[in-house]
Ligand binder design. Structure first.
Ligand code: SF4
Ligand code: FES
Length: 367
């Protein structure tokens, strides 16, 4: 395959992070450690313009996310605008702000799909993780409303050391609620996840049990329920092709308009982050320093450069490489061929004994 640097293909998906505001406080939140204040958020008009630009660029799907995207009162306007622009729309939500009226409004605006996050199948444990009392019944009610409306529902469970044993119960809950798809996704370790890594990393036994539970559920549900399983890559020998390759398929836009190849890219030092308030999406995607930085294979160091998987996993995750080695252009240390694999093995060897206390993500920036 030729280098992707010259003419990038159009992006497939846009992750629109409408706000960092969120009533939950999950200790594995993928948002940056420094959250953006409400005052800096893009306006309704700015988001509508972005949706038009994204559609013109070739984007097919928009994922409205956050924080909690339902904290934005103009969400139905944005959903309607996305539908008008021909974009398939997905709402990634905790569900705690959903009620019959606002869901009906979103449905009438043309929302295509809802992805609802659950912290656990056990209500008490879920609320310990999310840090919000009464969250679980609200989520269950949200799931019922979505299914009642006839919209396809995906349940997302983030798996870690404190809930891994309840993966079978998560499938039961998904079946009971009528979900069409379930994501069993292990925590990723950057941002808040890295801060809480010692408490969140599952043991190898837990991973094996989760794999068995997923295999059993696939057998049990067949075509009735699609199951996505994201393994904890610390236990893998090769990294995941993060975001399908840097600047190849996805665009992330932060609440204040920064355009990023992935949600954690803002951790990369020494780069000017392009902003929709200053440049067009097409120019950012095609020409910006940030998007070209790790696109394709030309940037790769050894051992990636001469590896036959370089166009399979694209050298792994740049943000994980940065978080663990201090260098965003290093081979992802998850890879067995990486000279830095010892950093991952050291983290795995530290998980014996009682998990550490969490550091919770709290939305404390000025409103
Ligand atoms: Fe992937 Fe690089 Fe490891 Fe090869 S050496 S498997 S390209 S991370
Ligand atoms: Fe940024 Fe993987 S999260 S490249």
């Amino acid at each position: 395959m030729e280098s992707m640097t010259a003419v990038p293909p159009p992006p497939m998906s846009l992750l629109a992070e409408l706000t960092h505001r969120c009533p939950l406080q999950c200790p594995y939140c993928s948002n940056p450690l420094a959250l953006e204040p409400k005052a800096g958020e893009l306006s309704t008009e700015e988001w509508c313009d972005i949706l038009d630009q994204a559609a013109a660029l070739g984007v097919l799907q928009v994922h409205f996310s956050g924080g909690e995207p339902m904290a934005r009162k103009d969400l139905p306007v944005l959903v309607r605008h996305a539908a008008k622009a021909g974009l398939y729309s997905n709402l990634i939500t905790s569900g705690v702000l959903m009620n019959r009226d606002n869901l009906a409004e979103l449905s009438a605006a043309g929302l295509d799909h809802v992805q609802l996050s659950f912290q656990d199948a056990d209500p008490q444990q879920a609320e310990i993780i999310g840090g919000m009392k009464g969250a679980q019944p609200r989520k269950i009610e949200a799931a019922r409303l979505v299914v009642e409306d006839g919209m396809p529902l995906t349940l997302n469970f983030v798996i870690h050391r404190l809930n891994a044993e309840r993966v079978p119960a998560m499938f039961d809950l998904a079946e009971e609620l009528g979900a069409r798809r379930v994501e069993i996704a292990h925590t990723q370790y950057y941002g808040w996840g890295l801060k809480n890594r010692a408490a969140l990393l599952p043991t190898r036994k837990q991973l094996e049990d989760t794999e068995k539970a997923v295999a059993a559920a696939r057998e049990r549900f067949g075509n009735r329920m699609a199951i996505d399983f994201v393994t904890p890559d610390y236990y893998a020998d090769e990294p995941k092709p993060c975001m399908g390759g840097w600047g190849q398929r996805f665009l992330n836009i932060s609440p204040s308009g920064r355009v990023l190849p992935c949600h954690a890219a803002e951790t990369i030092p020494g780069v000017t982050f392009p902003n929709t308030r200053e440049a067009s999406l097409a120019d950012i995607w095609g020409k910006s320093e940030l998007f070209q930085m790790f696109r394709g294979v030309d940037w790769m160091p050894e051992p990636c450069r001469s590896c036959d998987r370089k166009e399979v996993d694209w050298g792994g995750c740049r943000c994980q490489a940065l978080a663990l080695t201090g260098r965003a252009d290093a081979t992802d240390p998850v890879c067995r061929r990486s000279p830095d694999r010892g950093l991952v093995d050291a983290a795995l060897s530290e998980i014996a004994g009682e998990p550490e206390a969490f550091v919770y993500r709290r939305y404390t920036t000025p409103e």
